[in-house]
Write a protein that binds this ligand. Structure first.
Ligand SMILES: Cc1cc2nc3c(=O)[nH]c(=O)nc-3n(C[C@H](O)[C@H](O)[C@H](O)COP(=O)(O)O)c2cc1C
Length: 336
């Protein structure tokens, strides 16, 4: 049967040359708005949203985002094809550019619902899920996976997984280049302890040149990311480094990855956040909900510690607002 799934626009494929990883509790809409000010081009991901929360729980607020965030991908968690179909449709209707299925998350909560990394053992089920997701979803459906779990042999299971899922119409994959060990490691340990195997991900690109393949895991700088692109991979996804040192990763990404001009300075980013912060406060939100994502903005710069400390100590206080942010900025010698 001919597959009418959205195979992704050239713009989206280009944006995916660099992406900021989906991270629960971290890449919420405030974080993404902030990242978008630093880089206009990079693809941004939501936190994982579970299909049951959307479909059964009616938690539509989980889909809220600002139009400025585009290009932005919604990541879904789940393993019930019919439920994922509905959730993907809801995501596309909300305007997300991409709907991504999580096949990499090892947390207990996720395993008990049979989704996340455990799905590496069920490629046929993943194929069924993505097929259903594509059925009513105008956005491109993509997959983020590991190289295997537990006793699996990545060299064998990863190509089999990719082939099975690609046969269902998916043409873009992000591969976290390490296994998930589902017994005995915490989710945090599962992001550090299983060894990275970058060459395997490069071999997947060589084996399936028609697929768009991004690499993820342990990439700490843009200097470390670029060689992966030069060696033929289509994209690099960065998680923790982009969160903790957002300017180091995203500040020169538009110029170095996308051939665009350089964006605002760190201090300019702070000023550009102020109207967004004001709107959030007016709507009843708290300053800290936004500034907690901005603590790493000056990482490595003179005054970084004072900026971080000032915001940590003051942004949660009642009445804290833009002036608190400006007072924190005054801690930075260059900005002052
Ligand atoms: C706090 C935190 C939350 C995460 N939540 C998710 C998630 O919701 N979905 C997902 O696919 N991966 C999640 N991850 C994994 C990241 O997307 C990424 O694969 C991992 O951190 C490895 O990339 P890095 O070394 O660049 O951080 C999370 C990672 C962190 C640190």
């Amino acid at each position: 049967m001919e597959n009418h799934a959205n195979q992704g626009t050239p713009e989206l494929r280009r944006a995916a040359r660099l992406s900021v990883a989906p991270m629960m509790d971290w890449t919420d809409r405030h974080c993404r708005y902030f990242h978008r000010l630093i880089s206009t081009e990079t693809l941004l991901f939501t936190e994982m949203v579970t299909a049951p929360a959307l479909v059964r729980g009616g938690a539509l607020h989980l889909l809220d985002y600002a139009p400025e965030e585009h290009p932005v991908a919604l990541q879904l968690g789940g393993s019930d094809p019919a439920e994922l179909r509905q959730a993907a449709r809801m995501g596309a209707e909300a305007g997300y550019d991409e709907v991504n299925l999580n096949v990499g998350c090892p947390s207990d909560r996720v395993q008990s619902g049979c989704f996340g990394a455990i799905l590496m053992t069920r490629p046929e089920l993943v194929a069924e899920c993505v097929s259903e997701m594509q059925a009513e979803c105008r956005a491109e459906v993509t997959v983020k996976c590991r190289i295997g779990v537990d006793e699996q042999i990545p060299e064998d299971v990863l190509p089999a997984f990719i082939e099975t899922v690609a046969a269902a119409g998916v043409t873009r994959f992000t591969i976290h280049a390490r296994k998930a060990w589902l017994e005995g490691l915490s989710p945090k340990e599962n992001r550090d302890i299983p060894p990275l195997d970058y060459p395997l991900v490069h071999r997947m690109k060589a084996a399936y040149p028609h697929l768009h393949i991004s690499i993820n895991g342990g990439i700490a700088t843009l200097d470390d990311a670029i060689p992966h692109l030069e060696q033929g991979l289509d994209g690099v996804m960065i998680g923790r480094a982009a969160y903790h040192q957002p300017y180091d990763i995203l500040g020169t990404a538009d110029a170095r990855i996308y051939g665009k001009g350089t964006g605002p300075t760190r201090a300019e980013v702070v000023h550009q956040m102020l109207p967004y912060i004001e709107a959030h406060l007016t709507a009843g939100g708290r300053l800290n909900q936004i500034t907690r994502h901005m603590l790493g903005l000056f990482a490595g710069q003179p005054g970084a510690r004072q900026w971080r400390r000032y915001l940590s100590e003051n942004a949660h206080a009642t009445g804290a607002g833009p002036e608190t942010v400006l007072a924190a900025l005054a801690q930075i010698p260059e900005a002052a």
